[in-house]
Design a protein around this ligand. Structure first.
Ligand code: UDP
Ligand code: MG
Length: 320
């Protein structure tokens, strides 16, 4: 099979019909009939699951990957990738913010020998000022801390070769920041610029808390710089301490040793605060280490709806 399109869906019922129309059209234009569209139901509470089932019943090119519960975007995507069988795999959001029509140009770049073509956002219409600013600040901050350059202003919208997907799926970690992991894998990668549209329907499934969690996951998965903060702060404090010791001695010699409540309080509070922050940083890493050490499966697929496994009779008759 030439192409798999993998789309994680969480409460996306309102936009699925339009998604189907545009993705099928884009795929047919580029690879004819030789593709599959893997729709992942990430434990939705609306009609998403029944719609995926219906799409699969009506069109055997639709593969349903129904998860046992909500696992979050990155794990849902990982589950979908484990089901995909195409020689090339396109990852797409269900909300049509990323145009599926970019498939053609992306395929051309792959034909030139690239293994990954990732979409890079030029413009993001219909998103709040806060979201755009926080996202751009985050990508820059992250790149200050990591050794692998992770492309900025890039989501999970990309086309990958099956060997990249294979390496990606072979990385066993639970804490997945897929766009970073793909950058880390290497091979030849290139960007394709596009303007990001507003959501077609529904509202964002990434409220602030989830965005912060993804950001923390990304930083802790790719960098140990925060752990080193304690060392740097320690050196800085040691230097300041030397100056303060000299000052303390001078004041003592001058015989004015009772003053100093303000400075004492400031020092106690400052050092107390820094220590709490560093314990927090340690906790972030320790907690993740603990969760990884359990070695639980990172996602649970309840059912895979795939033509030849579900209705072999019908498939054979159709082939006759
Ligand atoms: N998504 C998911 N599980 C979740 C949250 C989101 O599968 O727990 C999917 C969602 O359906 C969409 C994609 O992840 O296809 C990106 O989410 P969204 O568009 O809400 O994020 P935003 O574009 O606002 O950052
Ligand atoms: Mg979106």
């Amino acid at each position: 099979m030439k192409l798999s399109v993998v789309v994680p869906c969480y409460n996306e019922a309102d936009g699925l019909v339009e998604l189907r129309r545009r993705v099928v059209a884009a795929c047919e234009a580029v690879v004819g009939d030789d593709f599959e569209i893997v729709l992942i139901d990430d434990g939705s509470r609306d009609q998403t699951r029944s719609m995926i089932t219906r799409f699969h019943d009506e069109d055997r090119r639709f593969v349903g990957c129904l998860l046992a519960r909500n696992h979050g975007h990155q794990l849902a995507l990982t589950a979908g990738l484990s089901v995909a069988r195409g020689e090339r795999v396109m990852v797409l959001d269900a909300d049509l913010q990323d145009p599926p029509e970019l498939l053609g140009p992306m395929m051309e770049l792959m034909d030139q020998g690239f293994d990954v073509v990732y979409g890079q956002r030029r413009e993001r219409t219909g998103e709040t000022y806060f979201k755009k600013k926080s996202a751009s600040l985050f990508y820059r901050l992250l790149n200050l801390m990591v050794d692998t350059a992770i492309p900025e202003d890039t989501g999970d919208f990309r086309l990958m070769s099956s060997r990249v997907v294979e390496v990606l799926q072979g990385m066993p970690e639970r804490q997945r920041y897929i766009r970073g992991m793909v950058a880390w894998i290497g091979f030849r990668q290139t960007a394709i610029e596009y303007d990001r549209d507003p959501r077609f329907a529904g509202e964002t499934k990434y409220p602030l808390a989830k965005m912060l969690r993804l950001a923390l996951d990304a930083i802790t998965a790719f960098s140990t710089v925060p752990l080193r903060l304690a060392t740097w702060m320690g050196f800085a404090l040691a230097f300041i301490s030397c100056l303060l010791i000299l000052y303390t001695l001078a004041v003592w010699v001058a015989g004015r040793t009772v003053d100093g409540w303000t400075s004492l309080m400031m020092i106690v509070l400052l050092i107390g605060g820094m220590q709490m922050i560093m314990i927090g940083v340690l906790g972030e890493y320790l907690g993740r280490l603990y969760m990884e050490s359990k070695r639980r499966p990172i996602f649970i697929i309840e059912t895979v709806l795939r033509a030849e496994t579900k209705v072999p009779e019908v498939a054979r008759r159709a082939a006759d």
